[in-house]
Design a protein around this ligand. Structure first.
Ligand SMILES: [Zn+2]
Length: 1022
């Protein structure tokens, strides 16, 4: 038990740990008032020697024993009933045994507090603060009577209803009286100027501010008055006669009976009057007025957070984001294996980072508990129950069970299950929506869906849901008692979106699309690594690295990192220049001169985050690193000289959203634009992408028509093609210069090996370029490299030469990119076992980045040339594919043209949309065989036959080797495809084959008819 009962620590001001007295479990105090011991303390100070000397006189009623903690005190005399030796000293404790008579204990002691030696105490010329152990502390509540002799230019305060001070010589004597027993008290004195105000019905309000902060006092008094009035109205009368706001030289955020003690640095922060001050004021009711029962957990912080911090956010219409931030924080720090329940939460936790999970339970989950309770009972019953609780237990201790009693008696409801599921479980609901369906009933839509809880035991929930239709929003509360639970909701019009818990009214686990990447998520991640660019950065970032090491973050040099590490961990890149960082995020746009922390999703793993950190120098790192722990909820932080310049949280979905129907989009007929008008507009752009479905012939016809029209207006034109890899550029150049024929071109560019689609789809475009001497630019990456990346899960294990040939700066975290590639990956599921999604995604990104790099390089050298790009539809997406990657490298004007496929997202991904009629090529002449290259490089091996194909009918068999077709020799499967390309109009071909026989090989010729084979553009079959 580490709670100091009279001092409620609020990490909303300063997340530092509450010092523990920690020497015993205090005894409960019900009815203690009547025979409470009385503890008279009188003390004086010597500021020069940082010391106090004091007498404690304790009046102990008959039948009461006492244990006193005297650690850290220099005790010079102990008298019990005027006699020494009547007390038993055990280490730091002093035991006074109960007696049939009243007893009097007298203890004389002093204490020196050297500057900087105590966290919450000091004695010097600038002021006195006594918050650690400074007098013999009893193991039960006692009535305090305190008298202090202080310098006459000081004012003093302690827990007191009445404070009387008068001059004695050149000193001031101050006497404090408090009529309720307390476990402990605190004492503060300094050169304060006291400003007086008033609240309620003539109650005293004071500000004890240092002279240098006088101008702040008026606002503190006014805001405190508003809070006191607010909570008196809500909960009942303030429990004491006076309230003071006291400035402290030491950094505290404490609420004691009758006053709050705020650090001077805290007081000067402009937002404290609107946030923490109200929280501390409310502790007068909860925490001090009703104190925590030592037998039960801490309900105080959650209730105070809810009625203060959450309520203040609600005053500013920020209650939904506020609750969402609470859920993000909870999810960042608390994992099921931690086994933290709300009922077990007793204090703010030990240390900075280790206490974060406990605080996320004790403040955030607890605040959500009260929010759900309010929604369950209604706001009036909720508030009435709290009043009942407060009035019943004022100046006593109370626990969760007392709260439950008040809520049950006022509401007349049985709440045991509700309290139990939220207080005693260590998990929170994890909700999925499955099988969303729309059917029609009498012509009206009915939406049905299943709510699944991934938890072992389902929660009982009142789950808010919104269904959005084009004309209205329907709100419902679903009673979920089991998992799965299926719901049906009849509607008047077709629903577009289903949103579960849009207002964050339920304590639950957030779905990936609701969860922003934040600094707290890295801090709380189980699997995390930090990646250093170089050894030099160890010095530059040393202060930050020390914090990481204290948090047990594994720190690696970039050369030690594998593709697997990247795909399985939350990542922290120290310095943004590293090869690894650039391979995922290119060069982020961080401001110069300060310190920037930039949290994003890990593009290779949706459950993990990646944080990019950059800094100008060691000093900037030191100044910012000291502050980072206050900013866990943010995604992006920029500091200069330790002061925050910019702080942002990435926007994510509000509520658990399920898209139901997207209705077709259209255009007005009179807004459609003629072909020539579009060409006119396209002439304003330097790079024009014309996307294609590779086998959609109408797309290729459109490409050719646009190229022809652009050329007519301006012959300074080049064509870039996805279909050729960059290493074949010289072959393309030779072919354009007419230094080789088409067959040689196809053979040497390995068109059929690399691309495989029917060459006739591209032939006219290429021939047009050739005829008009237009440059043809090969854009693509080597297929072997791609397949290695695909297989290995990333490029890290490629040979060094291959790595250095790749674009070094690659950006995988463009919004929507990962999701788009992931849905493509799902459709290819089963192909990607080796490198998984990480490999698939890295390969896709390498394609896009390589093509973008080639385009940017070309445009840099040829700024006056217009470049038309022929590439697959997915690569020309202007939001996340090649175009933004070109812009990143070079400022050029770009336009994207596609043929419509009817998708509603086309207006976002393209600039110009055509509606072409479908077109088909004549069927490609097929033999009806599957082929492989032979090992000796002679001929093409037949591995399978189409059972209905012409080759089979002509007598070709499996394992035959094709040596020639008509008179053209065949050395490999590519040759077969090239030869067949020219057989379009033939009726039949003569195929020379070699067939392995028992006694040697047999050469034979068969005639294969090319009629009636079905159409296929995919050239794997031939
Ligand atoms: Zn608090």
């Amino acid at each position: 038990m580490t709670v100091k009962y009279t001092k409620i620590f609020c990490y909303t001001i300063l997340p530092i740990l509450l010092l523990t007295i920690g020497f015993f479990m205090p005894l409960p105090s019900q009815a203690a008032h009547l025979n409470a011991p009385v503890h008279n303390i009188s003390m004086e100070f010597d500021l020069e020697t940082n010391s106090l000397s004091a007498n404690s006189r304790i009046e102990l009623p008959a039948g009461v024993g006492l244990r006193l903690g005297i650690s850290n005190l220099n005790v010079s005399r102990i008298l019990v009933n005027g006699q020494p030796g009547e007390a038993t000293q055990v280490g730091d404790y002093l035991d006074i045994h109960e007696s049939t008579n009243d007893q009097e204990i007298l203890i004389t002691y002093n204490k020196i507090i050297p500057p900087g030696s105590a966290q919450y105490s000091m004695i010097n010329e600038s002021g006195i603060t006594l918050s650690d152990q400074w007098y013999p502390i009893a193991d039960r509540e006692v009535l305090f009577k305190l008298t202090a002799l202080i310098p006459d230019d000081f004012e003093a305060i302690s827990e007191a209803e009445d404070i009387i001070s008068f001059q004695i010589g050149n000193k001031k004597q101050v006497t404090f009286r408090f009529p309720h027993p307390l476990f402990a008290i605190n004492f503060v004195a300094g050169p304060y100027i006291i400003t007086r105000g008033e609240f309620g019905e003539g109650k005293d309000l004071f500000a004890y501010f240092f002279p240098e902060d006088q101008e702040l006092a008026a606002e503190y008094l006014e805001k405190a008055r508003q809070y006191l009035d607010r909570y008196e109205k809500m909960l009942g009368p303030y429990p004491y006669k006076r309230f003071s706001i006291v400035e402290n030289r030491l950094p505290t955020g404490f609420a004691m009976p009758t006053y709050t003690l705020l650090g001077q640095a805290v007081v000067r922060l402009p937002f404290i009057v609107d946030t923490s001050l109200g929280h501390e004021v409310l502790h007068a009711w909860f925490g001090n007025g009703v104190r925590m029962s030592p037998q039960e957990g801490n309900w105080v912080e959650g209730l105070t957070t809810y009625l203060a911090d959450q309520a203040f956010a609600a005053d500013k219409d920020r209650e939904i984001p506020y609750r969402k931030e609470q859920l993000v924080k909870y999810q960042s720090y608390v994992r099921p294996d931690m086994d933290l329940t709300l009922r077990d939460f007793s204090n703010v936790g030990h240390g900075h980072s280790k206490g974060r999970p406990a605080r996320a339970v004790g403040y955030n989950k607890s605040s959500m508990f009260f929010h759900m309770l309010k929604n369950r009972l209604g706001p009036e019953v909720f508030t009435d129950s709290l009043r009942d609780f407060y009035i019943r237990l004022k100046h006593k201790t109370g626990g969760w069970s007392d709260l439950q009693t008040s809520f049950e008696s006022v509401s007349g409801m049985e709440l045991n299950d509700f309290f139990s599921q939220w207080l005693d479980r260590n998990d929170v609901p994890e909700i999925l929506i499955q099988q969303p369906e729309i059917r029609n009933n009498d012509g009206y839509p009915v939406v049905s869906f299943t709510v699944v809880q991934k938890n072992d035991t389902p929660y009982t929930l009142k789950l808010p849901v919104i269904i959005k239709t084009p004309t209205e929003e329907i709100q419902k509360i679903l009673s979920v008692n089991d998992s799965p639970s299926t719901f049906e909701i009849p509607l008047a019009s077709i629903p577009e979106t289903l949103i579960i818990d849009p207002g964050y009214d339920i304590m639950r686990s957030l779905s990936p699309s609701e969860l922003p990447a934040t600094w707290s998520r890295f801090s709380g991640a189980v699997n995390k690594i930090a990646i250093l660019s170089s050894e030099n950065d160890r010095t530059l970032y040393s202060s930050f690295l020390e914090q990481l090491e204290a948090d047990e973050v594994h720190i690696l040099l970039q050369d030690e990192v594998t593709d697997k590490d990247l795909a399985e961990n939350s990542l922290l890149f120290i310095g943004t220049e590293s090869r690894v960082s650039r391979s995922l995020f290119a060069i982020p746009d961080h401001p110069e001169g300060g310190f920037t922390l930039d949290a994003r999703g890990n593009p290779l793993n949706a459950d993990q985050v990646a944080v990019l950190v950059s800094a100008a120098n060691k000093e900037q790192v030191e100044k910012a690193a000291a502050k980072l722990r206050h900013y866990g909820k943010y995604s992006y932080l920029s500091f200069k000289d330790g002061r925050i310049q910019d702080k942002r949280m990435t926007e994510t979905d509000l509520g658990l959203q399920v898209q139901l129907v997207s209705r077709p989009a259209g255009i007005e007929a009179n807004t459609s634009v003629a072909f020539d008008d579009i060409i006119e507009k396209l002439l304003h752009y330097q790079v024009i992408y014309i996307g294609e479905g590779h086998t959609d012939y109408e797309d290729h016809i459109l490409q050719l028509e646009i190229i022809r029209a652009l050329y007519k207006h301006d012959p300074n034109l080049a064509i870039g093609m996805e279909m050729f890899t960059r290493s074949t550029q010289t072959v393309l150049d030779q072919y354009m210069k007419r230094d080789m024929d088409e067959k040689t071109f196809l053979k040497e560019s390995h068109y059929f090996k690399m691309w495989r689609f029917d060459y006739r789809l591209y032939r006219d475009i290429i021939n047009f370029a050739r005829h008009n001497h237009l440059p043809l630019i090969a854009l693509n990456l080597e297929r072997d490299t791609v397949s290695q990346v695909f297989k290995n899960g990333g490029p890290m294990s490629l040979p060094e030469d291959d790595i250095s040939s790749l674009p070094a700066n690659r950006k995988l975290d463009l919004p929507g990119y990962r999701e788009r590639i992931e849905s493509a990956y799902m459709m290819h599921a089963g192909q990607g076992q080796n490198g998984g999604f990480s490999g698939f995604f890295q390969a896709q990104a390498l394609w896009d980045e390589t093509m973008a790099e080639t385009i940017a390089d070309y445009m840099e050298i040829h700024p006056d040339t217009r470049l038309v790009i022929i590439a697959g539809r997915g690569h020309v997406d202007k939001t996340d594919a090649i175009p933004p990657r070109v812009s990143r490298r070079l400022p050029v004007s770009q336009a994207v043209v596609i043929n419509s496929t009817g998708s509603t997202t086309e207006s976002e991904t393209a600039d110009f949309i055509f509606f072409s009629s479908p077109a088909t090529l004549s069927p490609f002449p097929l033999l009806g065989v599957m082929l492989e290259d032979t090992e000796d490089g002679e001929g093409a091996l037949v591995t399978a036959l189409n059972p209905q194909g012409q080759a089979k009918q002509a007598g070709i068999k499996e394992k035959d080797i094709i040596l020639a077709i008509d008179s053209d020799p065949v050395n490999d499967m590519e040759d077969v495809k090239i030869v067949m390309l020219y057989k379009v109009k033939s009726d039949a071909v003569t195929v020379q084959i070699k067939r392995k026989k028992f006694f040697g090989n047999k050469l034979m010729e068969v005639e294969v008819s090319l009629k009636s084979e079905g159409q296929s553009h995919h050239m794997k079959r031939n």
